[in-house]
Design a protein around this ligand. Structure first.
Ligand code: ADP
Ligand code: PAZ
Ligand code: K
Length: 295
């Protein structure tokens, strides 16, 4: 009896000692329209790994939503519940290793305060800076280039053959060039789809605001716009796609065209097929995960 009891206790101790903390790697790309939260659990033991080892999860939360900070905190809390809900739920806990890339300080700062408060004893938040970017930057003022542009370029360079043209279609559309050697050479910045149609609506009496996220923006109008909204969409899509085509030539032609950002889908479909545009919607967020240690 004694032997059976002691072996049972040993087994229980083994179970408890095998309850490791599940580390969740979190990348948060804070843009001027939305934050993109990408998470990937990197559990420390085989058991947790088997049950949790999935690809990265991505969530985009609009900054126009007054509850956007709460939604971000709740998103991570729900993830913790799901992960710690494993067979040894009472002992497993979840901690977060967070990297933030921000081009919008007014939004990033309150978010980080809220995350520290919500997960105070189990979170580590680091802002990604230019020092974290391995890619050589050959522009007049390297430290002034948006960190999202650099991270997007670096992630594209890791995944596709240079030279590269990296287009990030979001609040603005950035069109950047990466040389065959992997050097960031700068690029162009133009108003994004929504910024352009918002300007049309704000600057006129008769033109309506358009919401690109809900519109079926993957359908490039065939011919001339036959109504006001069709004419606006065609004009804005043609201006952005036309700019990209022209910049391809200005940057010297033969390059892999990688398109990322919330409006990547719209733009890829608006570009001619011969551009061979590669759609990578969440390049910046993926770059943040690339920066996080696996264990
Ligand atoms: N959750 C979302 N909130 C806002 N815009 C979204 C969302 N999902 C997709 N979109 C589309 O993506 C665009 C924003 O792209 P994004 O890359 O997030 O911008 P930024 O990085 O500049 O904040 C919007 O113009 C909209 O068309
Ligand atoms: C150009 C950007 C506004 C793009 O931001 P986004 O459209 O992703 O919100 C951002 O990269 C930025 O603030 N850049 C600083 C200036 C520069 O890159 O030269
Ligand atoms: K962006």
């Amino acid at each position: 009896m004694a032997d059976e009891q002691s072996s049972a206790n040993e087994q229980q101790l083994q179970d408890e000692s095998s309850c490791d903390v599940v580390m969740v790697r979190v990348g948060i790309d804070v843009g001027n329209t939305a934050i993109k939260v990408v998470t990937q659990s990197s559990p420390t033991d085989g058991k947790a790994k088997a049950s949790h080892d999935r690809g990265p999860l991505l969530r985009s939360i609009s900054l126009r939503d007054p509850e956007w900070i709460t939604k971000c905190v709740e998103h991570l809390r729900l993830l913790a519940e799901q992960l710690s809900g494993c067979e040894s739920s009472d002992c497993e806990s979840v901690c977060y290793d967070v990297r933030v890339a921000s081009v919008n300080r007014g939004s990033a700062e309150p978010l980080v305060v809220a995350l520290d408060e919500a997960f105070f004893n189990c979170i580590r938040v680091r802002f990604v800076t230019h020092e974290d970017v391995a890619m050589a930057i050959d522009v007049s003022f390297p430290e002034r280039v948006g960190i999202d542009r650099l991270l997007g370029a670096e992630a594209a360079f890791r995944r596709h053959e240079a030279p590269l043209i990296v287009v990030d279609a979001g609040t603005t559309v950035t069109v950047d060039f990466v040389s065959a050697e992997g050097i960031f050479r700068g690029g162009a910045i133009l108003p994004g789809l929504e910024m352009q149609t918002a300007a049309l609506a704000a600057g006129t009496d008769a033109l309506p605001k358009l919401d690109w996220a809900s519109h079926r923006c993957r359908e490039m109008p065939e011919g001339p716009g036959r109504d006001t909204v069709a004419a606006m969409r065609l004009g804005v899509l043609a201006s952005v796609a036309g700019a990209v085509e022209r910049l391809l030539r200005i940057y010297g032609g033969a390059a892999t065209l990688v398109v990322t950002g919330g409006d990547a889908g719209c733009l890829v479909d608006a570009l001619p097929a011969e551009c061979d545009a590669v759609e990578e919607p969440h390049l910046v967020a993926q770059a943040l995960l690339d920066l996080l240690p696996l264990e």
